[in-house]
Design a protein around this ligand. Structure first.
Ligand SMILES: Nc1ncnc2c1ncn2[C@@H]1O[C@H](COP(=O)(O)OP(=O)(O)OP(=O)(O)O)[C@@H](O)[C@H]1O
Ligand code: SF4
Ligand SMILES: [Mg+2]
Length: 366
C-alpha cells in the first residue's frame, strides 16, 4: 500500500467515473434480471474535515455510492483515491488497513448491531481485529469511546436490545469511531430514529466532527438539515450527480430543476408525514433498469426540450464551485423558480436560513 498520505496534498477522497451495476443476467451465480445502474459515472471530491451532503430521492443510488466508495460493495468501473491511495488497487489486507480510516454509520442501528454481542465487543471489535488493543487497555478504550458518545461505562456489559434507538445509534457511532477514522459515511444516521432524539444524534455527529476533524459524506433526505449542516451538497438522481456545490449557494439558488423540485418538496417538519412522502416530486422515478434517453430527469421536468430528450447533459461549473448537469441551468441562474417552495417546508424557513457562518443544528440536550 502507498504510504499513508500525510504528505499528500490533494483532497481526502476523489472519486472519478464510479460505476456500480446490479443484475444484468448471466452472472457467475446466475444473478439475473435487468441491469440496474445504481451508480452510473459519479465524480465526487471530499476535502479533509469537510462535510459533504448527499441527497436524492429513494433509489437514486446514495447508499450504493457510499458503500462502493468504502468497497463494502465492489465497484464495476471508475477510480477511488483516498488520501492519494488507489483504493480499487488494494488487496484485501491493505484494504482492511485502509478501513481504519474510512468507516460507516448505518441508517438502522438496530439491524447494524449484532444482537449476540455485548456492547464491549461491538465497540471493541474493530480494535481487536486491527490489533490495536486488548485486555484492560481494550476495556478502557471502550469506556472512553462510550463516554465520547454520551453513554455510561456500564453500558459495555449490556446487550443491544437493552438500548433505545438513539442509544443504539450512539453505540454504532462509537464503533465507527473506534479506529479514529478520517472519513465517515453517515448513511441517513437519524432517519430511523424518533424525532425527539434526531437532533441529539446530529449534534453528537457535529461535535465529533469538530473535535476530530473528520470528513463526512452525510446522506440524508432532510434538505433543510443538509443545507445547514454541510459545507457542500451533491444531489443524486438515478445514479448520477446532477448538481453539486457550496451548501449555502446551492440551497439559495439550485441550478438544476430536480434540485429545485427536491427543495420545493423538502420534508415537512412532522417526520411521520415525511416518511409517507418519500417521493413527493410529481411524476414517477423511471426504473433504473430502463433509463430515459438524454437527460434522465426529462420525463418529469417542466422545462424539458427536444435537446433534453436526446442529449445527456454533463456537469458544468456555472458559478464558483457550483456545478449542474442541465442544458438550461443558465436560465435558472437568473432566479427562475419552476417549483414554488412551500413556505412551511422551505429550507429558507428552516435552520439553513442562518447561512454557513455556524455549522450544526440548534442545540439540544444530550
Ligand atoms: N444489492 C442490490 N441488488 C440489486 N439492486 C440493488 C441492490 N442495492 C441497491 N439496488 C438498487 O440500486 C438502486 C439504488 O439503491 P440505493 O439503495 O443505493 O438507493 P438510495 O438512494 O440509498 O435509496 P434510499 O433513499 O431509499 O435509501 C435502487 O434501484 C436499488 O433497488
Ligand atoms: S437538461 Fe432539460 S430535462 Fe434535464 S433538467 Fe435540464 S431542462 Fe430539465
Ligand atoms: Mg439508502
Amino acid at each position: 500500500m502507498t504510504a499513508p498520505g500525510a504528505a499528500f496534498g490533494g483532497p481526502l477522497l476523489e472519486v472519478r467515473g464510479l460505476v456500480k451495476r446490479f443484475g444484468g443476467g448471466g452472472g457467475l451465480f446466475g444473478v439475473g434480471g435487468p441491469e440496474i445502474r445504481a451508480v452510473d459515472g459519479v465524480d465526487l471530491v471530499v476535502g479533509r474535515g469537510e462535510i459533504v451532503g448527499l441527497v436524492g430521492e429513494s433509489g437514486s443510488g446514495k447508499t450504493t455510492l457510499g458503500r462502493t466508495i468504502l468497497r463494502l460493495t465492489e465497484p464495476d468501473d471508475g477510480s477511488i483515491r483516498f488520501d492519494g491511495i488507489d483504493v480499487r488497487a488494494l488487496g484485501s489486507r491493505d484494504l482492511r488497513r485502509l478501513r481504519r480510516r474510512m468507516q460507516i454509520v448505518f441508517q438502522d442501528p438496530g439491524a447494524a448491531l449484532n444482537p449476540r454481542m455485548r456492547v464491549k465487543s461491538l465497540v471493541g471489535e474493530p480494535l481487536v481485529i486491527h490489533g490495536v488493543a486488548r485486555g484492560r487497555d481494550l476495556e478502557e478504550r471502550v469506556a472512553a469511546l462510550l463516554a465520547e458518545v454520551g453513554l455510561e461505562r456500564d453500558a459495555m456489559h449490556r446487550w443491544p436490545h437493552e438500548f433505545s434507538g438513539g442509544q443504539k445509534q450512539r453505540i454504532g457511532i462509537a464503533r465507527a469511531l473506534a479506529l479514529r477514522p478520517d472519513f465517515l459515511v453517515c448513511d441517513e444516521p437519524v432517519s430511523a430514529l424518533d424525532v425527539s432524539v434526531q437532533a441529539q444524534i446530529v449534534n453528537l455527529l457535529v461535535e465529533l466532527q469538530r473535535r476530530h476533524g473528520m470528513a463526512y459524506l452525510f446522506i440524508a433526505h432532510d434538505l433543510a438539515l443538509v443545507a445547514h449542516l454541510c459545507d457542500r451538497i451533491a444531489v443524486m438522481y438515478l445514479g448520477r450527480i446532477v448538481e453539486e456545490g457550496p451548501a449555502a449557494a446551492l440551497a439559495a439558488r439550485p441550478l438544476h430543476p430536480y434540485t429545485q423540485a427536491l427543495f420545493a418538496s423538502s420534508p415537512p417538519p412532522d417526520p411521520e408525514i415525511a416518511r409517507r412522502l418519500r417521493m413527493p416530486i410529481p411524476g414517477e422515478v423511471p426504473s433504473p433498469s430502463d433509463l430515459p434517453p438524454g437527460c434522465r430527469f426529462h420525463p418529469r421536468c417542466p422545462i424539458a426540450t427536444d435537446r433534453c430528450r436526446a442529449e445527456p447533459p454533463v456537469l458544468r461549473e456555472l458559478t464558483a464551485g457550483h456545478r449542474a448537469a442541465c442544458h438550461r441551468s443558465e436560465e435558472l441562474l437568473g432566479g427562475a423558480t419552476l417549483f414554488p417552495r412551500d413556505a412551511s417546508s422551505s429550507p429558507t424557513s428552516g435552520p439553513g436560513s442562518t447561512g454557513r457562518s455556524t455549522r450544526g443544528p440548534e442545540p439540544a440536550s444530550p
